[in-house]
Design a protein. Structure first.
Length: 365
């Protein structure tokens, strides 16, 4: 195997793939990247057995075909340290990978490509083509609500639901819920699968720029592909909660306020909230929202915000971090918050018609 490539052309797919490779691995081959060359097509593959990513780059001239695995992190560091615009020659000699650029020469250890594991391919059941920006928006609007290390392992990921021709992503950690629905309807069957947390974050990192991405949802894998990469993630084997039952059914108290003003008021109040529970108390009266926080040191913060509200006085507590997370991803000028009573969840959304809904459970304060 032998090829020449410019540093910049190699670095882009290499950085993509290296993000998947874990630094500490029980299997040495998992800290390697698989390089495969066919004619002018060079593909780089990294995996941690849960997520697999293949990056592709077209060479200017054909090299000698072959495949080999080399340490991912070391190859990235070598490429980064070389001067801009340099040309890299990589060839395999007597079981070692030799990387040359200008007067620099590096000899890397290798492991056989035949040992490299591949995420086994299940049959693709549903395929759809979507703009990358749409998929990225769905993830960015919901990913923050995923659980991190919950024993209910199915919460440590995101639900992708295809139903009646619409695509929706949903995440919850049991205390809050985020859902976003794609505007363009898709002509495919129905499916509901859970992508693990790492898969969601990696996919979001990959989706940038214009163009479409094809999503293939199988029984045990989800795959996203375009001309630059093919990303495959195993699915979480579990049943996602029936999230529609969590959506407040008939909240009769509606508050409409300026999103940035509310966000700034919550940010300031949060400074003196209890560091562990992050609770704030909301007091609603006619066209006024009073936000209060205190902590064990007997310190207090209070903010009064003018809002549109006509209804009976109400007092309710929330985790301020959850409210701030929602106000950070919404992008409308006004935000609507709907409540039924002091013990019911709040439903947050953009005041103008939006594609996202957020539910935050109340706190006892």
């Amino acid at each position: 195997m032998k090829f020449n490539i410019s540093r910049d052309a190699l670095l882009k797919p290499l950085n993509l793939v290296a993000g998947v490779v874990e630094r500490r691995q029980t299997l040495p081959i998992l800290s390697n990247v698989l390089l495969s060359l066919e004619g002018k097509k060079l593909s780089l593959t990294g995996t941690d057995l849960e997520v697999e990513l293949v990056g592709r780059v077209e060479l200017e001239s054909a090299g000698t075909d072959g495949e080999i695995t080399v340490p991912a992190r070391k190859l990235v560091d070598i490429c980064k340290s070389l001067p801009d615009g340099s040309t890299i020659e990589l060839k395999v000699e007597s079981g070692k990978a030799v990387v040359k650029a200008g007067r620099s020469r590096f000899t890397l250890s290798t492991l056989a490509a035949s040992e490299f594991p591949s995420v086994e391919e299940g049959a693709g059941e549903l395929a759809l083509e979507l703009p990358q920006a749409t998929v990225k928006r769905l993830i960015e609007r919901t990913a923050f609500a995923m659980a991190q290390q919950d024993v209910r392992y199915y919460l440590n990921g995101m639900l992708i639901e295809l139903k009646s021709g619409r695509l929706r992503m949903v995440a919850t950690d049991g205390h809050r819920l985020a859902l976003c629905t794609a505007p363009d309807t898709v002509s495919a069957g129905d499916a509901a699968v859970i992508i693990p947390r790492k898969g969601v974050l990696e996919l979001s990192r990959l989706l940038e720029g214009e163009g479409d991405v094809s999503l293939i949802i199988g029984s045990n894998h989800v795959r996203a592909a375009n001309s630059q990469f093919t990303f495959t993630s195993k699915l979480v084997d579990g049943k996602f909660p029936e999230y529609e039952r969590v959506l407040p059914k008939s909240p009769d108290k509606t508050i409409i306020g300026d999103r940035l003003e509310l966000r700034q008021a919550f940010t300031r109040t949060a400074i003196l909230s209890n560091e562990k529970y992050r609770g704030v108390r909301l007091k609603l009266s006619n066209d006024t929202l009073d936000i209060m926080a205190n902590n064990p040191e007997q310190e207090q913060a209070e903010e009064v915000v003018a809002v549109e509200y006509a209804g009976e006085n109400l007092e309710v507590g929330f985790n301020v971090s959850y409210l701030l997370d929602v106000l950070s991803v919404l992008d409308g000028e006004k935000v609507r918050m709907s409540l039924a009573d002091s013990s019911s969840s709040a439903l947050l959304e953009e005041a103008e018609a939006g594609d996202s809904l957020y539910v935050v459970m109340p706190m006892r304060l």
